[in-house]
Design a protein. Structure first.
Lengths: 492, 492
């Protein structure tokens, strides 16, 4: 099975596209730019959702649900905020189909069912949510509003790729409202930390926390916090953003509150989101030429047991042992699958579970029964060991924790090896062309320089790292003064 | 607070509309026919989702996600199946807005961005899912496909009511494919039982299991199983349906498989769904003139503790006791809220939590501290008792179970009292006008009679109950022979 997968070195992009489909994560649908998330891929997304949802609730947020459609006029209200992407979007103009009299069996849009006002399928929900908050907020007692929504959104992307860029995608969007600027700033920074914690400790993806430059910011934001990850091909991927919206949306939708002194003030806002794009980051951070590599936290199946047998008696004896094991795994909440298909050979099964990234494989043959042993294989390192049956479950449980940790450490080493400090534009270009990864360089702080560098190299400023050291320097491009390095990279 | 709520006897419909809004379940949005599900309402929906999801997985189903949009041509393929509601739907015709040059600050649909083929916002997903299954199914080994989707759907309803009938609503839709007719029939019947189990044991709503008549069936189905509930005003509400689709969608989308003999056969299908409509059923089954009454299983807050105090010292002493209680409740996974607001009086808080349907309220005052007691109030019966502090938590835990059971029993008694056997059309009409509820009557089995009865009385056949007794009789309308009674009612 894995033999059919393109090697990463050959064509990374092709490897990715093939892997997403072959590992049963997702596929393109009959609708342009929209994907089908298959059960195996969706099971991974559900694990992300459950953990994020837990983290959001632990930090005081509640879920709610707002309409899919946004009337055109609401976009006009936030026009200055939404210039970025709001215009490439799906527009509903009619509300009925009818039989096409001239073509039997065909349907047509009923021209008599034209909407008075067009509805936009939400590309993001600031407009509809802030227009709702207007009636929810009267006094400082109604604040803060800490709300999250799990939803589908649509942006009419011309060039799409499974998970990374699709016309419809799934995400969560937090939208909060606060009485003070300080509180809203704190919230937006806090959610960036929540995302970083999730990415690193749950997905085993190291990220750099930082601020976006003005040109890379969300159009309605005064500050955008982000987490940036590095993929195996040396390209960066924005894994989550958290926006401090200032009073922009409050002004656009007239959301005011009476403060403790009874004076009317505009509310301060934040919004923050991560999406099914994280599935792409997951694949491109850990997987290899044999297929997916899943961190145990995200694996729908954490352990697969493959019986090696020739006769039905052998299978029966192995099945007994396997069931015993499964009971023990389940009591530890470790998800385990016994692949007892008789239609496939062990080699086929090994390749299939490798392709699907199951972290640990246990093979049990007649000899193992004799010796009281199992063969345990790690997906991430492709190494095998023979372990004793006694204590096997606790051994594997420890192994899963180790794999989770090792995957993060490995990705961190790779990432750190691919951050290169440069002090001239020649170096800058050379690193981007050869070593790739993040280029840490002084920048003069102007959008003009940022734009020129982008035109010349396709590299953008991924972020101004929060933990950067103060360091006087000279912009690699303009030679003007700089107070610290920023991270450039080509990005997804 | 509750004083402002219309009484059920006065105007049941108004009571419902007011309660949904005042109890913070949902509200109408700025988008015609679309609702906002508020955090408190959404928390209830999340509990329903979690339990249903657990039940679906326990019965072997996996979740997946399919596109929001369905190309018009896919509807044409299933045209014969979709005649029912597919035509009243949101149609996307364009994919871009642009600035309206003639009206500064305004947006317009870009006429150059017209889609070649219109996209329909899914009213249900049979078309898009069966067009996907075509490539997923080749051999009997690929079957059964047992898939569920949690999603939003849109049906362009002209008259909408919160939860009961909205243009956009949330639901789950199961779509399964099987090798044999028997297996698909078994699946559709099984899911009806899952729904009934959920409604009765989780939501405390008694339901009647039955089959729809041909006229009331989903257009693409050969058989529709349903669960029917009875609301307090004597109107029925269809709470869930499970369809046996025969080979209809397999034929429409050419989904064939090679059977064990290698012969090509069409696949057999089912689909089944419940929606946010269940929120409406929940409200209309249990609530009263003081507000919501929530079964403990569905209550976001199961126990609220209200301190009765005059001084800060009293509040501090009560807080100590409350925190002790809360720790004990949490260890039993009972959700508890300590309402220590100093901005509101106890009476206000009592009314508010009554309105929001919190099953148990514990009031603690200085006297209780002296005596080692609490005052415990049940929301469903509005009764109070004084209990000893020792053993209070296990008492309340038992009380929550009792309330869950009592709510079901009460609803069941009401429902059973409102099933009336009639043997003439005069009786039939009289019951519908006076006692309301389900009318159990003989029917000749023809769509013609069904239609005439509907025209004359607005009552429809809710179902042919699965457990009806064989009984020869005479149709109340036509006088023709009948082999058993069916249930008529006016319905939501």
């Amino acid at each position: 099975m894995s033999k059919n997968l393109t090697k990463r070195e050959e064509d990374y992009s092709k490897w990715y596209n093939e892997l997403v489909v072959k590992a049963d994560l997702a596929e393109n649908s009959g609708v342009r730019g929209c994907m089908v998330i298959k059960p195996y891929g969706y099971a991974i997304w559900e694990k992300m959702q459950a953990e994020l949802d837990r983290m959001f609730k632990e930090t005081g947020h509640s879920n709610a649900y707002f309409p899919l459609f946004v009337p055109k006029s609401m976009f006009e209200a936030e026009e200055k905020n939404a210039e970025g992407f709001a215009k490439e979007c799906a527009v509903v103009t009619h509300y009925r189909l009818k039989n096409d009299e001239s073509r039997p069996g065909k349907l047509m849009v009923d021209p008599n069912a034209k909407l008075e006002e067009e509805l936009i399928v939400r590309p993001t929900s600031e407009a509809i949510i802030w227009s709702t908050y207007k009636s929810w907020v009267q006094s400082y007692r109604d604040l803060p509003l800490l709300i999250n929504q799990w939803a589908n959104v649509v942006r009419w992307e011309m060039r799409t790729r499974l998970f990374l860029r699709t016309a419809e995608f799934l995400w969560q969007e937090g939208h909060t409202a606060h009485a003070t600027k300080a509180e809203a700033l704190e919230e937006s920074e806090k959610m960036m930390h929540v995302y970083a914690d999730f990415a690193e400790n749950f997905m085993a993806i190291p990220v750099i926390k930082g601020l976006k430059t003005e040109s890379e910011r969300f159009a309605g934001a005064e500050e955008t916090y982000c987490i940036e990850a590095l993929m195996q091909d040396g390209k960066a991927l924005q894994a989550g953003t958290s926006h401090f919206l200032g009073q922009n949306f409050a002004e656009a939708f007239d959301v005011k509150f009476a403060n403790q002194e009874g004076k009317q003030e505009y509310v301060w806002g934040t919004s923050w989101g991560v999406s099914t794009r994280l599935m792409g980051a997951l694949v491109m951070t850990h997987s290899d030429d044999n297929g997916l590599v899943l961190p145990p936290n995200l694996a729908p199946i954490q352990v697969v047991i493959v019986p090696i047998f020739r006769t039905e008696e052998e299978l029966a004896a192995i099945t007994n042992v396997a069931h015993e094991l499964m009971g023990q795994f389940k009591s530890l909440r470790i998800s385990v699958k016994f692949d007892n298909r008789t239609t496939q050979k062990p080699g086929f099964k090994f390749a299939e579970w490798e392709l699907k990234g199951v972290p640990v494989r246990i093979a049990i043959g007649p000899k193992d029964l004799e010796n009281g042993t199992f063969e345990v294989a790690r997906r991430d390192t492709l190494t095998k060991e023979i372990i004793a049956k006694d204590g096997a479950v606790s051994h594997v449980s420890g192994l899963l924790e180790q794999i989770q940790k090792d995957l993060f450490d490995k990705a961190l080493r790779f990432r750190d090896k691919h951050i290169t400090e440069v002090n001239s534009f020649e170096e800058f270009k050379e690193v981007l062309e050869t070593k790739t990864g993040f280029v840490s360089a002084h920048w003069d702080g102007t959008a003009e320089t940022e734009e020129k560098i982008k035109d010349l190299t396709k590299a953008t400023i991924r972020c101004i790292p929060l933990n950067r050291k103060e360091e006087e320097g000279i912009c690699v491009f303009s030679g003007a003064k700089s107070v610290g390095r920023v991270l450039f990279a080509k990005a997804y």
